[in-house]
Ligand binder design. Structure first.
Ligand code: ADP
Ligand code: ZN
Length: 528
């Protein structure tokens, strides 16, 4: 396969066409592939279905030696390796499920330079014996898949990933390519730092999944029925995933949907391995299977024609929402991300966070992530724009393919309230979090406020038209709109952005989604 006489770019294209049967590279694939072939390090941010695998597989075939692929998805290694072998690529994997004989066979193939790609679980890779073998084997590159697992602030943290920085120390001359489909700004910086990728070129393909239609509605007390109607009206006989928060709810929903004549299978950590395996198999192989799952399901599942992902509960962060909904429509055809959430979800998630043994900083961060998620739910403007903004990505115009773009929701004129909220941020020096700001607006008497002299500023006590919950909702909504940004790495203080100025100055009106329960006072005010 190694075509030393050709230029690297030609060799890469040749492999793409002759081995994979594709005509051309997509988006930034060609640049990434050539950069890695040339020996450079790379951090690749590409949405699910964007084609990350080829970014390391093609260089693996062009460069001499074996490419070591680090992946947390042990369960899927076998499938991936089989698929590669079917294309005539010499691939193997090493994980804890293998016998000594199998392991020996793979290891000697590695040492003899007979492998193009070797998939390894991170804990396996870190074993001294393995590192020693690698230092004597001809290596093409290291690929670190699902690189966001290295982030302690991320939602998929894997402690084994932290140790991967050793690769840079032990193998400074071997190029490394880290890949992920979910990483906001702080997570990207953490990946770079923890994996010593300071010299790496960053390829950011953006996060947009234009074929996914985002729809979020409130649970009207009958979320199951809402879901059933959605499936029957729009996706009968099609494959989908339904996420629930608890195992109990998963079982209950799967059973209920089955009772309505759908093929709905439960999937969660409380089921036996064989049952889970069997349900996953059916989902992958049969048509029209719906998996009802806790978040345990889906990471790395490569099923291109999942037509909908439904949430019967609020995910705990926008990252989780993005990743879970991202499992829909990997084939590029139209797909739905549908959600019904309720206030009870917020309470449950808050309780789970409150009871966790995590340190305070971590809890605070989780709190902000949940607030951001709620903010996305309560938006009245384009959801895709807000979603992308959360990942520091940008979409110039409303997308036309989310519920808010398609059927604009009921709103109220929140300009005056927003002005109060924003100027309270300004007057207190942009150093405080939402709870504090709400206390100032409501004129609460407590020591901290008087210590800072905030009982003397003009915004103290000017917010009696809304109650604390409503002010929080308002803050959440204007954060989601991008008028304020939260310093999540610090103490959750909020700061004004450039978009706040026109609202503060009265040059721009702000309309927000009607709150579920407006206080009496504000209702009266509205009716006048
Ligand atoms: P990711 O890992 O980013 O989610 P994959 O690498 O699994 O995405 O690719 C998604 C799908 O797109 C796969 O079916 C893959 O074979 C296909 N694909 C990737 N690159 C190309 C390309 N250049 N041309 C055509 N199909 C491609
Ligand atoms: Zn939109």
């Amino acid at each position: 396969l190694h075509t030393d006489t050709q230029k690297p770019a030609d060799a890469a294209l040749h492999i793409l066409q002759s081995i994979y049967g594709y005509d051309a590279f997509r988006n930034q694939q060609a640049e990434i592939v050539n950069h890695v072939i040339g020996g450079g390090d790379a951090l690749v941010l590409m949405p699910t279905g964007g084609g990350k695998s080829l970014c390391f597989q093609v260089p693996a075939l062009v460069r001499s030696g074996t490419a070591i692929v680090v992946s947390p998805l042990i369960a899927l290694m076998q499938d991936q390796v089989m698929a590669l072998r079917q294309n005539g690529i010499k691939a193997a994997f090493l994980n804890s499920s293998q016998s000594g004989i199998e392991v020996n066979g793979v290891e000697s193939a590695l040492m003899n330079g007979e492998l193009d790609l070797l998939y390894v679980a991170p804990e396996r890779l870190m074993m001294p014996r393995m590192l020693d073998l690698l230092s004597r084997a001809p290596l093409a590159l290291f690929a670190i898949d699902e690189a966001h697992c290295v982030s302690q602030w991320g939602h998929d943290f894997r402690p084994e990933y932290i140790k991967l920085s050793i690769l840079h120390e032990r193998f400074p001359d071997i190029p490394r390519i880290a890949l992920t489909a979910t990483a906001d700004g702080p997570t990207q910086r953490e990946i770079i730092e923890r994996l010593s990728l300071q010299q790496a070129r960053v390829f950011n393909d953006g996060f947009d999944r234009p074929n996914i239609r985002y729809r979020i509605s409130e649970n009207q007390g009958n979320a199951r029925e809402q879901l059933l109607r959605f499936i029957l009206n729009e996706h009968e006989g099609e494959a989908g995933i339904v996420y629930c928060l608890s195992r109990k709810r998963v079982d209950e929903v799967a059973q209920w949907l089955s009772g309505k004549g759908l093929t709905a299978l439960p999937y969660h950590a409380g089921l036996g391995n064989d049952v889970r395996q069997q349900h996953q198999e059916r989902f992958l192989r049969e048509d029209g299977v719906i998996i009802v799952a806790t978040i345990a399901f889906g990471m790395g599942i490569d099923k291109p024609d999942v037509r909908f992902v439904a949430h019967l509960n609020l995910p705990k962060s926008i990252e989780a929402y993005y990743q879970e909904t991202g499992r829909a429509g990997r084939d590029g055809l139209a797909a739905d991300a549908w959600m019904a959430y309720g206030l009870q979800d917020v309470i449950t998630l808050r309780q789970m966070q409150g009871n966790s043994t995590a340190e305070e900083g971590r809890k605070r961060l989780e709190q902000h992530k949940l607030d951001a998620m709620l903010g996305l739910c309560e938006l009245t403007t384009c959801r895709r724009q807000a979603l992308l903004r959360y990942f520091d990505d940008n979409l110039d115009r409303p997308c036309g393919n989310c519920d808010n773009c398609l059927t604009p929701p009921e709103t109220w004129d929140a300009t005056l309230a927003a002005q109060k909220a924003l100027s309270c941020v300004y007057r207190t020096g942009q150093r405080f979090g939402v709870s504090y700001l709400v206390d100032v607006l409501l004129g609460k008497e407590h020591e901290r406020i008087s210590q800072f002299g905030h009982d003397k500023i003009s915004t103290y006590g000017i917010g009696s038209e809304l109650n604390a919950t409503e002010w929080r909702t308002l803050y959440r909504q204007i954060i989601a709109r991008g008028l304020l940004k939260v310093d999540v790495e610090g103490y959750g203080s909020v700061q004004l952005t450039d978009s706040a100025r026109p609202v503060l100055k009265g040059d721009e009106q702000l309309t927000l989604r009607k709150m579920v329960k407006l206080s009496k006072k504000s209702k009266e005010r509205k009716n006048r």
